[in-house]
Write a protein that binds this ligand. Structure first.
Ligand code: SAM
Ligand code: SF4
Ligand code: SF4
Length: 374
């Protein structure tokens, strides 16, 4: 593959503004059938549910929870956090609407006490065609070595581990916590030994901060069964001081790796796949690049997000959620919950990353959001 085959693509620009719906629209009972997928206004099916199980974290990654901002942060009190029973019930409703994949996230999900119990409860659920849901988890890996086997035993299928550097000093600069890389690598090894596979490793790339770790990370994971995915630094939330200049375009990342280890693009991406995948020409595995800034993939985004306090978010960059917790706690039956989710999803028009090009070019308005989990 020549350099010309991995061009830098200008972000898509669109004139339309996002809808800002504030109500929780409830679909009429007659309009809801489980036979057809629930589609949003852009015909995107509801396929994935990401569940944030805690808003707390033992890291303070500058791109996510900068310490200066989160030092005096008021985390959610226990009463506001969805219980495992509430999460499981909500997940069951989503599965009844065609969702097939559940991903636990946060905050740091392994900080939630007894997470294995939740995993076991979710693993008992079934999709519309009677199969267990795909059940995965994204973690910073810090507690994984001691939890991998019990999570697997509880029914977790796969994990994605975030790791931004192999060099301890750079790793620390990224996550602002006193934690050795070796412990995360031990967590990855424990997950592999437990059979939480195929494993993925996420590396957020920030220009001038950890870009020099791209090649060492690629070398380290090449030839393993682990897929390393490079994620462009995103303007999530309003506290990470994001600047377009700090984004290293994923095409540039692929070019750098390609120069050392030739890559071939993987031809047929799966629907809803966030990463553009390449395999090493010599057969030594694959990498992915997640180009949320330079090449928006809103067109087939099929992910809903449930926050720790039971709000339904339709986009990583949403500035508001829809309150499912009140419905859950006010005695709504599953039918009403399902109609609320369907009504909300069917009005969805979010495609922030496609619209970002417009916002960054005019630089008159930066779209803000609060932290809602990955
Ligand atoms: N604590 C867990 C972890 O770090 O894996 C799960 C939650 S974290 C919010 C989920 C993913 O979002 C991680 O892979 C993290 O690197 C990524 N992430 C967080 N903030 C980001 C940002 N500003 N740009 C790109 N990726 C980000
Ligand atoms: Fe914590 Fe994950 Fe955010 Fe880092 S990216 S601060 S590990 S939640
Ligand atoms: Fe999905 Fe929103 Fe990301 Fe677009 S910006 S891919 S709609 S989460």
């Amino acid at each position: 593959m020549s350099e010309r085959n991995v061009p830098f693509v200008i972000p898509l620009v669109d004139e339309r503004q996002r809808d800002q719906q504030r109500r929780l629209p409830v679909m009429a009972p007659a309009a809801l059938t489980t036979a057809s997928p629930v589609l949003d206004t852009l015909h995107r099916p509801l396929h994935d549910l990401r569940i944030s199980v805690t808003d707390r974290c033992n890291f303070r990654c500058g791109y996510c929870m900068p310490r200066a901002v989160y030092r005096d942060h008021r985390f959610l009190p226990h009463a506001e956090v969805l219980s495992f029973e509430e999460i499981t019930r909500t997940a069951r409703v989503f599965l009844s609407l065609g969702v097939r994949k559940l991903r636990l996230t946060g905050g740091e999900p392994l900080m939630r006490k007894d997470l294995e119990r939740l995993v076991a409860m979710l693993a008992e659920l079934r999709t519309l065609d009677g199969q267990p849901p795909e059940l995965t988890l994204t973690t910073n890996g810090s507690l994984l070595a001691r939890k991998a086997q019990s999570l697997k035993d509880a029914g977790l299928q796969r994990v994605t581990v975030s790791l931004d550097a192999l060099d301890d000093a750079i790793f620390r600069r990224m996550n602002d916590a006193d934690f050795p890389v070796a412990d995360v690598l031990a967590g990855i090894e424990a997950a592999q030994n437990a059979g939480l596979a195929p494993l993925k490793v996420n590396m957020v790339v920030q220009r001038s901060v950890n870009e020099q770790q791209i090649l060492p990370m690629a070398r380290h994971f090449r030839g393993t069964d682990i897929e390393l995915r490079f994620i462009e630094f995103m303007d999530v939330g309003s506290t990470n001081g994001w600047r377009l200049d700090d984004v290293l375009p994923s095409d540039e990342i692929a070019r750098r790796i390609h120069a050392e280890h030739p890559l071939l693009p993987v031809a047929h991406p799966r629907i809803g796949e966030t990463a553009q995948r390449y395999c090493y020409a010599d057969g030594s595995g694959s990498i992915g690049v997640v180009s949320s800034v330079t090449r928006a993939f809103c067109g087939d985004c099929n992910r809903a997000r449930l926050s720790t306090d039971g709000q339904l978010y339709l986009c990583l960059f949403a500035d508001q959620g829809y309150d499912l917790r009140t419905l859950l706690r006010d005695g709504a039956d599953d039918g009403l919950l399902a109609r609320a989710v369907t009504g909300t999803w069917s009005q969805r028009s979010d495609r922030y990353s496609q619209l970002r090009g417009q916002a960054t070019r005019t630089t008159t308005r930066k779209i803000e959001m609060s932290f809602i989990g990955g």
